[in-house]
Design a protein around this ligand. Sequence first.
Ligand SMILES: [Fe+2]
Length: 159
Amino acid sequence: MASHWNRALLDSKQTTTVTETLQACLTDLVDLSLAMKQAHWVVQGEHFRSLHLHLDEIVDVAREASDDVAERLSALGVAPDGRAGSVAKSSRVEAYPPGFVGSKDTVRLCSDRSAMVVKGLRHAIEVLDEHDPVSQDLLIGICADLEKHLWMLQANEKE
Ligand SMILES: [Fe+2]
């Protein structure tokens, strides 16, 4: 795979650590966008309309975030990999079940998957602390957005 690390930004060793960390987050974000779209299509039951719409907002957040992370990888001189096969092989997000899903289960499944991505992002933010504050800042912003949506999803389960 062609790699043209950008000497002006990071040294070679840092580039490897940073880009592997970013790639893992990219994979998770692409998978999250697909899972939340699936959830948007198959949710049914109570609060259908608000969940259906909210899930599409999370899709937008995940898609935009994946675009930003992919472009950061390109800026660092390493080709991002958002291909379906690569995502299926490497994602840390658990697969979404097939078929229609009731609203309670939808909230749980989507919260769990968002939390998996947040966990990966938080780990990445720690790793990047020593290596690249710019990439770290990007992931902090994404993580804050996703944590906001995680809160909104979880609020559905509270009385
Ligand atoms: Fe739609």
